[in-house]
Design a protein around this ligand. Sequence first.
Ligand code: IVH
Length: 668
Amino acid sequence: MSKAEAKKIIEKLRDEIRHHDRLYYIDNKPKISDHEYDRLMRQLIDLEKDHPDLVTPDSPTQRVGGEPVEGFPAVRHIVQMLSMDNTYSHDELKKFDKRVKKGLETEKVEYIVEPKYDGASISLLYEDGLFIKGATRGNGVQGDDASANLKTIRSIPLKMEIIKGKIPKRIEVRGEVYIDIKGFNQVNKEKEKADEEPFANPRNAAAGSLKLLDPKIAAMRHLNVFIYAIGACEGCDFKTHEEVLEFLKEAGFNVNPDHKKCATIDEVIQYCDQWEKKKDKLPYHIDGMVAKVNSLRAQRSLGATSKAPRWMIAYKFPAEQKETLLRDIIVQVGRTGTLTPVAIMDPVSVSGSTVSRATLHNFDEIERKDIRIGDHVIIEKSGEIIPQVIEAITSKRTGKEKRFKIPTHCPDCGSKVIRLPDEVAFRCDDVSCPTQLKQRVLHFVSRNAMDIEGMGDAVVDQLVDKRLIKDYGDIYSLKASQVVKLERLAEKSARNLIDGIEESKERELSRLIFGLGIRHVGIHAARILADKFGSIETIGTQKRGDLEDLHEIGPVMASSIEKFFSSQHNRTVLTKLKDAGCKMKGMAKKKAKGPLAGKTVVLTGSLTSLSRGETERLIAEHGGVPSSSVSKKTDFVVVGDSPGSKFDKAKKLGIKIINEEEFKKLLR
Ligand code: IVH
């Protein structure tokens, strides 16, 4: 076959595959079987293999199969991605309409109303019709490059359609990546099988999938996208949002057909109500509707606040409520001995996921709501994330329901349960309670604490159950001959574990303090204590008042620290750590060295590759001072996803704002 012939066939195959992608992923009307589709793809792959010089980035073969990426470089959006104001009632919608009319000095405003998807917003950049890159929203100014994962979504065209012979020179296309309910359930089933924490809701699943380093895994997540707006555009001249949607559709994007033009706010309300009733019939989850002023000129005239456009509003549906049967109330024991009641219910689907357990928070709550075992209950997902039991349906009681009795003894170790005078919680006060002990040990060996690799759930369970350790101090007297006998631990892993334990003795003081698991003392406070006092012994001799004098240590934490060191049991464990050779003293605080020497750095929002604890540790290790609040003295603010008010404050004070990538560059 000549090259010219091959080129012709390749282009024909690509067009055919694009056409079927569109039929399948956008129009939901597939015309060929999966088998036939695979055959077309196979043919194209083979031809491109024979003619590698004919491979172009917009070929359908370039979607999947890419190598894992190393990270997600920052992408600056050309036009900022703002947020959206919310309303929860018809009244608020009417008030919004009044504001709009007042702002535009008119009585006639037309709206386009569309579903509000519950996913992750993205921005796609096309130049001369070709997909260049796609990014997450991030902090609105810049997000993460998620091109590799986005390219696996087949409803995102790698090449836009030419409309009337024209194509914009450069265009940012905005939309929402979502996972449908079937895909969401499937991902969670797989997660459960792999013993991983399932996603709490479809939004987290979509956002989490975009953060996967391996696009092959993202490709298996059944992600889809709805496109609903344009950011920057060179060569666009639209008059209404309706025209924008029409253009996007013709250009090959997945535009939701369920949008409607409404001439009055009453029509808007009616359309919202209509969808509230039928939203469950959709294969994906929506949490409300969005009303947008149709005229782009009116949109420009209304403008935006620092957070959200004034011409657009979300109407959030009330949280979905479902009825189910409460079968039992079990009691869980936490790391610090707190007992938490948990409702066990007949599984029921609420807001897109199946729920069979819900925390009841504390025993007072059960009493206050008069919830009994055997009750029919109403549950809902607060913020669509955590299921809550709202109330018992008392009219359905048969008389067989049982009142829950607060346990007098710990369900795990049988010790007496106590309630401190100033606390809501009941707790098991036995420091050797195995459930508490397991969690304390897991905390002690965790990444931000002593970081002992190989000491996971299964190992800790066995060590505690076989009574090889009675507190975390005993970890250091474990012998290889004992460890090697543990189930599911090969000889090599056992050796690594012993090496890991030995190595952990060198961890710096702040990590050891954090690992002790003193109530209310997080990694940040642990660092303050280490820097200020320099040794465990000195911290142990401080009185509550001295501790309270420290910046960022409040009375609750101060009293908890004092209490920890006054316990004989804790003192014995500390002696074990000392005798084992753990570092009980910090380095005398030297003049800070490193790229962040002397700089105060604040983190807001969440970073993709680092936890809060790790970020703070890195700041400190590179000479900087991690701080939790922004002030004039702050040198940098590191901004991640969903930043809080610290971001706004930093902007106001004119403090240097950097993203994750820039932060990592600084450390290099
Ligand atoms: S328009 C100005 N239209 O909701 C930013 N956004 O809660 C809004 N969203 O960040 C862009 N459905 O991710 C728009 N039909 C829709 C939407 C939508 C869902 C998301 C978007 C935004 C978030 C705000």
